[in-house]
Design a protein around this ligand. Structure first.
Ligand code: HEC
Ligand code: HEC
Length: 329
């Protein structure tokens, strides 16, 4: 009996030691990305203009790093609050086990960052202080862009006026708080394809805009295999709780956008191009959307056409999505 108790005690100690060892290993090894490099962001007007376009209308840095006005169609951003952070992602709004507020990326929030540290944060997912960022910000995709486009976006973000605004700290449930450390990866930049190669350039824009992240259903934190762009990811209205599910944007003829012409596709985005969309009625709030139509509507017709050309080439998936399950209740 004594022997058994001693054996159990040894086992218990061993378990603790192993767990502590695993924990220490995780803490000391991850996040595993190279240190920030020496970078000098460009300051010429062409880079600033390119960066503004990409950051406001394609990658939506300032839109996500803001407080969106959900009383209006598609939750536009008050220009004075651009970059100030505050948008909340949690179990209710994004199915996330924890709570993350988009941080302030005006000079008030990221003034201490060097240019190289900013590039590292946005393309590998490691903050200035070594924290692993959660990939709500699609940094695994930003790390696949042309580095000059990343630099241009950061030049624009650096030019935002400082807004004094502090957001609550992040909290992630166990074990996500540890798993998050393993997600950052070194960037793998790729050259930007020529705009004349519409399919390749469209794919590049879809990467920058992270369309796939919202338009693919997720299970247990992973994209469901063979369902790329097939829709069905669910979002909760941040104040009213009504749900919206992303649409199937594969070329499937019945459940996707296979019947849409390029003209219809481009016109749909362009119809929403306004900095100040209207306030929704209570009934219309049941068909609120997290699709950032008004921002994407600012893309050029050529760029939207390229996105359409690329989406024609993805695998069609038959998957009917009820976009607004609370609309008829
Ligand atoms: C879908 C929303 C979203 C988009 C789009 C997005 N971000 Fe983020 N970003 C976040 C969130 C959320 C965090 C914090 C993540 C965390 O703490 O785990 C973050 C973190 C950051 C940080 C680190 C800030 C800090 O306090 O240390 C920087 C810098 C940043 N983002 C810049 C950008 C830039 C530049 C872009 C556009 C190229 C961008 N973000 C696009 C949501 C977004
Ligand atoms: C933040 C999440 C999010 C992102 C990012 C996003 N979408 Fe959406 N999208 C949605 C949701 C939710 C809907 C369904 C509600 C609606 O129609 O507005 C939708 C609807 C659509 C529709 C309408 C389809 C239909 O059947 O009516 C198209 C087209 C579309 N998205 C294309 C895109 C493209 C292209 C991108 C990238 C440039 C993109 N989306 C990025 C969330 C997103």
């Amino acid at each position: 009996m004594k022997l058994l108790i001693r054996a159990l005690a040894v086992l218990a100690v061993l378990t603790v030691v192993l767990a502590a060892g695993g924990y220490l290993y995780l803490i000391s090894t991850y996040p595993n990305v190279p240190p920030a490099r020496e970078v000098t962001l460009p300051s010429d007007p062409a880079s600033l203009a390119r960066g503004k376009y990409l950051a406001e209308n394609v990658a939506l840095c300032v839109d996500c790093h803001a407080t969106r006005d959900w009383t209006k169609f598609a939750g536009p951003v008050d220009p004075a609050k651009r970059g100030q952070g505050g948008e909340r992602f949690d179990r209710d709004t994004a199915g996330l086990p924890g709570s993350i507020h988009a941080p302030n990326i005006t000079p008030f929030g990221i003034g201490d960052y060097s240019d190289g540290e900013l590039v590292r944060a946005v393309t590998t997912g490691v903050a200035r202080d070594g924290r692993a960022l959660f990939p709500i910000m699609p940094y695994p995709l930003y790390g696949q862009l042309d580095e000059s486009d990343v630099h241009a976006m950061l030049t624009y973000v650096r030019s935002l006026p400082p807004v004094e605004h502090t957001v609550p700290p992040r909290s992630l449930d166990v074990p996500l708080n540890l798993i998050v450390r393993t997600i950052p990866r070194p960037a793998a930049f790729t050259p930007r394809p020529p705009v004349t190669d519409r399919v390749a350039y469209g794919k590049y824009l879809v990467t920058a805009a992270a369309c796939l992240d919202c338009h693919t259903p997720m299970e247990q934190g992973q994209r469901v295999p063979d369902m790329d762009f097939a829709g069905g990811m669910e979002f909760g209205h941040p104040t009213l709780g009504y749900r919206v599910r992303s649409a199937n944007i594969t070329p499937d003829a019945t459940s996707g956008i296979g019947q849409w012409t390029e003209q219809q596709f481009v016109d749909k985005f362009k119809a929403f191009e306004t900095p100040d969309p209207r306030v929704l009625t209570d009934a219309e709030q049941r068909q609120q959307t997290s699709m950032p139509w008004t921002q994407y509507g600012g893309m050029t017709r050529e760029d939207l056409g390229a996105i359409y050309a690329y989406l024609r080439t993805v695998k069609p998936v038959l998957h009917r999505v009820d976009k607004w399950p609370d609309a008829r209740k």
